[in-house]
Design a protein around this ligand. Structure first.
Ligand code: HGY
Ligand code: MN
Ligand code: MN
Length: 419
């Protein structure tokens, strides 16, 4: 008899978690990784895990795991993991990441309510620093968990505010004992809002995620020469501000408009020094976020940018320094799990739309160590990383129902079988 999922605790918890770090009407919430606001979110999540009488474990990078033990010791050895993140960008919506974590708790709650011990250990993970705003790279917690970054290197990373990640983790009391990777998932499932316009535009309520596009993050510093805005002839200037602006224009005109038009480019952070109205900027520091579903296209975009910067440096008399922050190749999710998601959706009367994720996700990292897949629900007007981020509660319910059905489907498989 299929389990039933109670939606109201999920919606109530989404609201309660969304209130942590809230900044007033229309300003969303901010829970940057390892800040006091995020600690409050972590504490709240752990409290909800304890209410479900889960085994709560924290690893050395502060990744939090809540486990429903399996009916057998053998089942404990092949955990089915769900999860996402609860850290946010600045002025974020309430659903990004949190929906996948709290829907996982809702699935565990359905097993608890039915008094059924699952055939496999059923785990919900909340990974540290998925957003990568304060510390780079993004998806850091799952990247370390999947062995893509040494835990000591992650602990040593210095934030945009000059803080050391390991110190902040210890200050928050979330420097756990468990070694990163201590639970090897039999499979990993992440339920997430699409954060884009595709599902809504197609009028489809569920997304079957074929994979995640490649991501390249760099911090670029252009060093020019400060000079008087009123006396320095234009031809004599080494204007770092002009260099930054020219780069933004180049990315838009020469990269994103070039065929096949799949590359996305964003300069999300830009600062000028000395940042004074009547001084030619001597230094510009900015970030470049490039994405493409095709590895070759992404690499070509990076090479074009390098060449542009070299030419610009020569023409404007600037020096260029590039710091690589993130480089993730595109990932394709597990075919078997995607079939199960498709089957669960169709059993609920919805033919899901297949799409590639524009946003990075923890599943992109977990796919390195376990069969992984994602389920999307639509974002209203495709908006995310914005206080206006929203999804119809009916769609939130449908996504969580599909997650539960896929879990039940997976748990019905004999131990030792592939997902
Ligand atoms: O940048 C991303 O795509 C994710 O939100 N960290
Ligand atoms: Mn997310
Ligand atoms: Mn995000």
């Amino acid at each position: 008899m299929p389990l039933s999922l109670d939606l109201s605790p999920l919606l109530a918890q989404l609201e309660a978690l969304g209130a942590i770090g809230a900044e007033g009407p229309g300003r969303g919430r901010t829970r940057l990784a390892l800040t006091d606001a995020e600690r409050a979110g972590r504490d709240q999540l752990v409290a909800w895990m304890r209410e479900l009488d889960l085994i709560v474990e924290v690893d050395q990078l502060g990744n939090i795991f809540g486990s429903l033990p399996a009916a057998t010791a053998e089942g404990d050895r092949e955990p089915l993991m769900m999860g996402s993140h609860i850290d946010t960008v600045r002025h974020a919506g309430a659903l990004d990441g949190c929906y996948g974590v709290l829907a996982g708790l809702a699935v565990q709650r359905a097993y608890r309510a039915a008094g059924i011990a699952p055939a496999r250990r059923l785990v919900v993970a909340a990974f540290t620093n998925e957003e990568g705003v304060r510390y780079q790279p993004d998806m850091m917690g799952s990247l370390v968990y999947a062995g893509g970054l040494a835990v000591d290197d992650a602990l040593a990373s210095i934030g945009t505010d000059g803080s050391r990640l390991g110190d902040e983790l210890a200050r928050l009391g979330y420097a756990g004992e468990a070694p990163c990777g201590f639970l090897k998932p039999w499979a990993f499932l992440e339920l997430h809002i699409e954060q884009g316009p595709v599902l809504e535009a197609a009028g489809v309520r569920l997304g079957l995620v074929r994979g995640v596009q490649g991501i390249s993050w760099q911090r670029i510093t252009l060093q020019g020469e400060a000079n008087h805005a009123g006396t320095a002839p234009m031809a004599f200037r080494h204007d770092a501000g002009y260099g930054a602006a020219a780069t933004v224009a180049f990315l838009r005109e020469q990269i994103t408009k070039a065929a096949p038009g799949t590359t996305l480019a964003t300069v999300g952070s830009l600062s000028l020094e000395p940042d004074v109205i009547n001084v030619v900027p001597e230094r510009a520091t900015f970030t470049v976020d490039l994405r493409d579903p095709d590895e070759g296209q992404l690499a070509a975009a990076e090479a074009k940018l390098d060449h542009f910067l070299e030419t610009l440096a020569g023409e404007e008399g600037l020096t260029v320094h590039k710091a690589r922050l993130v480089r993730f190749a595109p990932v394709v999710f597990h075919a078997g799990l995607r079939k199960r998601i498709q089957g669960a959706a169709e059993a609920l009367g919805v033919a899901p739309l297949e799409l590639t994720s524009g946003a990075g996700h923890d599943a992109q990292m977990m796919a390195r160590i376990a069969p992984s897949a994602m389920i999307f629900v639509p974002s209203i007007q495709g908006i995310s990383h914005n206080p206006e981020e929203a999804t119809d509660p009916e769609d939130l319910a449908l996504g969580a129902e599909v997650l539960l059905r896929v879990v039940e489907d997976c748990l019905a498989l004999p131990l030792g079988a592939a997902p």
